[in-house]
Design a binder for this molecule. Structure first.
Ligand SMILES: Nc1nc2c(ncn2[C@@H]2O[C@H](COP(=O)(O)OP(=O)(O)OP(=O)(O)O)[C@@H](O)[C@H]2O)c(=O)[nH]1
Length: 384
């Protein structure tokens, strides 16, 4: 077995292994189209390589079919990359270029006399280079926000792949010219195979890296947000509280914690059903989210209880709380076909005057909230 054949065999086995792993992972719960397309791209590439090396097949057939598959592989690979961007592959154009490439390969191997090694080596690389340039540019221009670093790394590896192919083509044209010199072809194929092994591993790893980052972001969303209202949950609010407390201590400033609770919410559920109750919760969440300041924190921390972290140290937290309370009281809430009105009661605690840790501060705000409830509801208590 020649040096080139050994390295091509290694590349082939590696592509089968990595491709199979990608497809197996994509078939799991993750349902990743990127890994699926990438995996198939690697398998198609491996099959193409294998066919070009099969001595028992008629040479013209092996080279035409094998190289056509090699030309098709980057179409699948770039479909994989593009799923991580908002772009869509111009399929008609891509398949037209692929058809031209296949036609050139068929002509070269079946009808041109003699068939040229140069055409077999060069033809599939044009579509690969074009698509990889497109994929790299799109990935750099609109990387997925959750996997910015991984996407940039993938783009870098793809850029290296493009340089590798261009260098290979220049080398092929220079070294082989129009001849069929097997030794030179072997040497160039060996070098290219080593480069391909490196970039195949690096690209696959970066695609897995992107998947891991996206999965982390999805898990974080589940862990830190409330499924019903899509607001941050208690865990997210406590994290925000810790950050805000550190900032306030550093700057010698303060902030306020406002706890709001919907009044007689049990009645809404009892009289209109739990779906109506859920709709009221979503309505209240939406009203609070759209009427609070952008920099203030908001979370649903339990059943019908919301917490706002009011960050403006010079602002009047009681006035802000009253404005939010009034906004809810004045709004008609659409809930499961019924038009309802809801009121909220609230309690305010101030950092650092009422406490410097979550339990203490929340405890004070909660106590004041129950004072509001006792005093007749639809009000906010800020001291006492
Ligand atoms: N629909 C719906 N109801 C919920 C949800 N979480 C909690 N609840 C209900 O919220 C109600 C809270 O009732 P209570 O704690 O008695 O309070 P309330 O009726 O609002 O009375 P006050 O707080 O004293 O004004 C209960 O009936 C819970 O079942 C939810 O996610 N969806």
């Amino acid at each position: 077995m020649s040096r080139a054949q050994t390295l091509v065999l290694a590349l082939l086995v590696l592509n089968i292994l990595l491709g199979s792993v990608c497809i197996a992972v994509a078939r799991g719960d993750r349902h990743s189209p990127a890994l699926r397309y990438w995996g198939w791209g690697m398998l198609v590439y491996a099959l193409g390589l294998a066919i070009t090396q099969m001595g028992f097949l008629p040479r013209s057939f092996a080279l035409a079919v094998g190289n056509s598959l090699i030309a098709w592989a980057p179409v699948l690979s770039i479909r994989a990359v593009v799923t991580h961007t908002p772009h869509v592959l111009p399929k008609r154009l891509v398949y037209a270029v692929l058809a031209v490439t296949i036609a050139v390969l068929v002509w070269n191997n079946f009808f041109a006399a003699p068939s040229l090694a140069l055409v077999n080596l060069l033809a599939p690389s044009f579509i690969a280079i074009g698509l990889f340039v497109l994929g790299t540019v799109w990935l750099l221009r609109s990387p997925p926000a959750e996997a910015y670093a991984a996407a940039r790394f993938l783009a870098l590896v793809m850029a290296v792949t493009i340089v590798l192919w261009i260098a290979r083509n220049a080398f092929v044209i220079n070294a082989i010219g129009g001849t069929n010199d097997r030794d030179r072809v072997d040497f160039i194929i060996s070098l290219f195979a080593i480069g391909q092994i490196v970039v195949a591993v690096a690209c696959t790893m970066s695609l897995f890296w992107i998947e891991v980052r996206k999965m982390e972001a999805a898990l974080r969303k589940v862990a830190f947000s409330d499924a019903l209202t899509e607001l941050p949950n208690r865990r997210a609010m406590m994290e925000r509280f810790t950050e805000e407390a550190a900032r306030a201590t550093r700057h010698g400033s303060g902030f306020a914690l406002l706890v709001l609770d919907i009044d007689h919410f049990k009645r809404v559920n009892d009289q209109h059903g739990h779906l109506a109750g859920d709709a009221v919760l979503r309505n209240v969440a939406q009203l609070l989210a759209s009427n609070k300041r952008a920099e203030d924190g908001l979370a649903r921390i339990g059943g019908e209880e919301f917490v706002l972290l009011l960050t403006d140290p010079s602002g009047d937290a009681a006035a802000t709380a009253d404005r939010l309370r009034d906004c809810i009281a004045q709004s008609e809430l659409v809930a499961a076909g019924s038009r309802l009105r809801a009121t909220v009661s609230g309690g305010i605690a101030r950092y650092p005057e009422d406490g410097t840790d979550w339990d203490r501060l929340f405890g004070v705000a909660d106590r004041r909230l129950y004072e509001s409830k006792k005093a007749g509801r639809d009000r906010v208590t800020s001291s006492g």
